[in-house]
Design a protein around this ligand. Structure first.
Ligand code: C2E
Ligand code: CA
Ligand code: CA
Length: 878
């Protein structure tokens, strides 16, 4: 008889490998509700079964002529045997359909035995089988089902008999009809069970199942009937009947094998698809921090997958344990019956070698196997480790076969093995993916996020939090460290710096190394004070000396930060623009304090600089850029020795732009060559015209560091001197102290080349850097210009006065001409003169003047010396 069983409701619970009880969340609440409904249903089935049996027993007194005491036990044995030969054919949606041969004893029973005897035989055989197979959960329900099957069979047979008018008119018709009723009744009950358990079943499946049940039932019943009729008339024909029966059984077995193979293939495809799909989803998921790359998000997918495997194997429970992350403990997914206790951490099944399927039984003598099964409350289990290379990624277990008369077979072992290998491959791919993603978003040196990683992680918090702050930290020293000590040392410093940042900010703050020695962090829920305080703390931590091996490296950190403002539209906030703002703040710190907040005007400044750089060439062509001249006067003699050329830019939009603002931008943009040659040409042109008037006035042109890195530069200067036919001694080139010191080895040959042209070389802004005058002796330098800050302070600050005096004295001792710039007061001029300083330049004498105004000044304030015509000089009038 085809036998449809409703399985218990399978709900997955996921637990980590901790000794806590399985979580009692929504899922198991639902399971408990379903269980309750099923118990109610069982009670209804039992009650109806008992009442119906009672009714049929009184309504249909047995009219046959059997008094044999052994017919009852014989029928029971036949039912038992028929169940044993059962073939499990279809397992879907909690329905397992078993083809057994119960129709054969039933149809004979309908013909020869009283209702009560058949009923008892069937119920006893069924329940015994169930108990023997440990299908304990559903015994009551199944007993009720057996009751109703036999009762309905007898009821229908009785009805048909009455319709046909008497018991003797072809009794087999009534028996056949009754026999076909039994499987239909059990199918209806099972279907109802499925509904009660709120499982879905497609109409298609139901119809196909009912069709098969009828066909198989009919064939079985006919064989039973034929056999009975043949043997009761011709007892010697029993071998024929036996042969036909065995042939039929063999056919069923072959058929069921075919079906099973087909279904196994389907299940395998399903599982592979699920695995592939979940892998794609994992790939599509945005990267989070290192710890949520895989996270608990997949548990649902894994549960569905385990559910499908359970369906196919008709197992009471599937336990899937996975290690999604190498540093993580195993996650456990349980589908089907809950585990009696959480699995122990030292579970022996985690120590299984290889990756083949083990079929474990409680009867096995190995104590480890026994404890493992007892821990799971299981009688038998299929267990397969999931491995990649030699690494254990997880373990898949199937416990106890459900609603089947047999345990797991070799096909189940095969199927589970194949499924496990698919799973292991998929897990391995996921790991690979996770590693790739981790590498793409992290800096390998420090382990912090990299720029793309920071963008990923910071975007959402930045948008969602009204008060977020992006911090940027730049470490100063790095190039020196790597130049002096090699890259390995610089790397160690960076790692140490990353570690200090992590320690200062705590483990949860998104932290990145953007490039070089530049770091970024995101602070959420942070106000201006908090941000400033954190920035200060970071600065202090990072500026502390770094012990690198036996050396100690000093470093200086500057921190800039940008906070979100209430006015900002949440969608418009992007990480990059905040990083840029914080970067502007970092650059603004260079002027003094080491921690600085971004203010919108910084953006304006940078925008302006950017515009200026892009417009610079055009500005020169359009005559917006001009050269002003500031006279330099010999101190005791008041002779106008020369002028310093100072560039000016009259910008159409920004007005007059100071060189302090645009020269660094032009330098940074690599346009300084254009600037220098423009100023040089203009200045030499001026000198040429003075020479034409018979006047000897020299001109000083300011150089930038970049000029000193350009090996072509001396040749360009030589060419300019030749073009304007100006002798080298009428040109002074001013270079700052820090400019020369930035890369002395590179600058030195260029300085020599310039010196060979007979040009005067002056060190500008002297005293602000760190070089000693003694060092300057090694350079082909003719002049030092004392920085104006010392000259300004001379009158009030004794220290400044001392600096000025020592520069004058040392300069002279080295044979250098000493120039003082920034001379604004008579007192300063007198002091300098008294010290013996050679040349003065400053507002006291004249501000920098345009060419016309310089001419006017020269005419008004100076007088031509009585010297030979071409050698005339100008003397300042007092
Ligand atoms: P610098 O070479 O030190 O030029 C002297 C600066 O001091 C000039 O500022 C000048 O106007 C100012 N100054 C002169 N005497 C006094 C005084 O008595 N009191 C005060 N308070 N200031 C005085 P300026 O013209 O704004 O130039 C600033 C800087 O820009 C220059 O400093 C120089 O480093 C750079 N620069 C100017 N022109 C050029 C150029 O053509 N090429 C390059 N590479 N840099 C230039
Ligand atoms: Ca200068
Ligand atoms: Ca200067």
């Amino acid at each position: 008889m085809p036998n449809a069983h409703g399985d218990s409701a399978g709900t997955g619970t996921a637990t980590a490998d901790t000794p806590e009880p399985p979580d009692g969340g929504q899922a198991s609440a639902q399971a408990r509700a379903d269980e309750l409904r099923f118990r109610l249903y069982t009670a209804v089935v039992l009650t109806v079964g008992v009442l119906a049996a009672g009714a049929v027993s009184t309504w249909l007194p047995f009219t046959g002529s059997v008094h044999l005491w052994w017919i009852g036990p014989l029928l029971a044995a036949a039912f038992l045997g028929a169940e044993q030969l059962g073939v499990n054919v279809d397992v879907r949606s909690g329905i397992s359909w078993t083809i057994s041969f119960t129709e054969i004893p039933l149809v004979i029973g309908l013909l020869v035995a009283p209702f009560e005897v058949v009923l008892t035989a069937h119920v006893v055989a069924g329940v015994t089988t169930l108990l023997a197979r440990r299908v304990t959960g559903r015994v009551l329900y199944n007993a009720g089902a057996f009751l109703l099957e036999v009762t309905s069979a007898f009821a229908v047979a009785g009805l048909v008999r009455q319709i046909l008018g008497g018991a003797d008119q072809m009794p087999w018709i009534a028996a056949l009809a009754g026999t076909l009723t039994a499987p239909l009744a059990s199918t209806l009950l099972a279907m109802a069970a499925v509904r009660v358990l709120r499982r879905r079943m497609r109409v298609n499946t139901v119809l196909r199942l009912a069709g098969r049940i009828l066909v198989v039932g009919f064939v079985n019943a006919s064989v039973g009937l034929t056999g009975y009729l043949v043997i009761s008339n011709t007892p010697e024909a029993w071998p024929i009947v036996l042969a036909v029966s065995l042939g039929l059984a063999a056919l069923y077995w072959a058929y069921s094998d075919l079906l099973r193979e087909q279904r196994d293939m389907e299940a395998l495809t399903d599982v592979s698809l699920m695995v592939a799909r979940s892998g794609q989803q994992a790939a599509a998921r945005p990267a989070g921090r290192a710890d949520d790359v895989d996270g608990g998000v997949d548990i649902e997918e894994w549960t569905t997958l385990a559910e499908r495997i359970r369906d196919q194997l008709a197992a009471a429970r599937i336990v899937l344990r996975l290690r999604l992350d190498p540093d993580e403990s195993m996650r456990t997914v349980v589908v089907g019956d809950d585990l009696p206790t959480a699995l122990p951490v030292d579970d022996p099944l985690l120590r299984l070698r290889g990756s083949h399927v083990r079929h474990l039984r409680l009867t096995e003598t190995h104590p480890d196997v026994r404890t493992a099964l007892l821990d799971r409350g299981a009688h038998e289990a299929l267990v397969v480790p999931l491995r990649s290379a030699s690494q254990l990624l997880g373990v898949l277990e199937a416990h106890d076969r459900l609603s089947r008369w047999r345990g797991f077979g070799k096909y189940d072992v095969q199927l589970l093995g194949t499924m496990a290998s698919h799973l292991a491959t998929s897990l391995d791919n996921r790991r690979l993916l996770a590693t790739l993603r981790h590498d793409a978003y992290h800096d390998p040196l420090t382990g912090l996020l990299n720029r793309p990683g920071f963008r990923q992680v910071a975007t959402d918090p930045l948008r969602e939090n009204e008060h977020s702050v992006v911090l940027r930290v730049d470490l100063d020293v790095l190039s020196t460290v790597s130049d002096a000590l090699g890259y390995a040392w610089a790397d160690r410093m960076l790692m140490a710096a990353g570690g200090r940042m992590r320690d200062t900010l705590g483990p949860d703050v998104p932290l990145a190394r953007l490039e070089g020695a530049s770091f970024a962090a995101l602070l959420v829920d942070c106000d201006a004070d908090g941000a400033h305080e954190t920035a200060q703390r970071l600065r202090t931590q990072l500026s502390a000396p770094y012990p690198v091996d036996r050396l100690t490296v000093e470093a200086n950190a500057v921190v800039g930060y940008a906070a979100t403002t209430a006015r900002e539209n949440a969608d418009g906030v992007d990480v990059d623009s905040f990083l840029q703002r914080a970067d502007m703040a970092v650059r603004a710190t260079r002027s003094g304090e080491e921690v600085r907040a971004y203010v919108p005007s910084m953006g304006q400044i940078f925008l302006r600089r950017f515009q200026m750089v892009t417009q610079f060439r055009q500005a020169i062509e359009q005559g917006q850029v001009s050269v002003h001249y500031q006279p330099k006067v010999a101190l005791p003699g008041k002779q106008v020795l020369g002028v310093e050329a100072l560039v000016r830019w009259q910008h159409p939009e920004f007005g007059r732009v100071n060189p302090d603002e645009f020269v660094p931008a032009v330098e940074a943009a690599g346009l300084v060559g254009v600037l220098t040659s423009f100023v040089l040409d203009t200045a030499l042109d001026r000198v040429r015209r003075w020479l034409d008037e018979g006047l000897r006035i020299s001109v000083a042109v300011n150089l930038s560091v970049r000029n000193l890195a350009d090996t072509e530069f001396p040749a360009q200067v030589a060419d300019a001197l030749k073009r304007f036919d100006v002798p080298g001694e009428l040109l002074t080139l001013e270079l700052t102290e820090s400019g020369v010191m930035a890369d002395p080895e590179r600058a030195l040959p260029i300085l020599r080349g310039l010196a060979e042209l007979g040009i005067e070389l002056a060190v500008d802004d002297f005293g602000t850097g760190y070089s000693s005058l003694a060092y300057l002796r090694q350079l082909p330098v003719d002049q030092v210009k004392i920085d104006k800050s010392f000259v300004f302070g001379m009158g009030t600050d004794l220290g400044d006065l001392a600096v000025v005096r020592s520069i004058v004295e040392l300069g002279h001792s080295l044979g250098l001409t000493v120039v003082a710039e920034g001379v604004e007061e008579d007192v300063a001029r007198d002091q300098l003169e008294a010290m013996g300083c050679d040349v003065a330049q400053g507002y006291l004498i004249s501000r920098p003047l345009s060419e016309e105004r310089l001419q006017a000044w020269l005419t008004a304030r100076t007088v031509r010396s009585p010297a030979p015509a071409s050698e005339a000089v100008l003397m300042l009038l007092t």
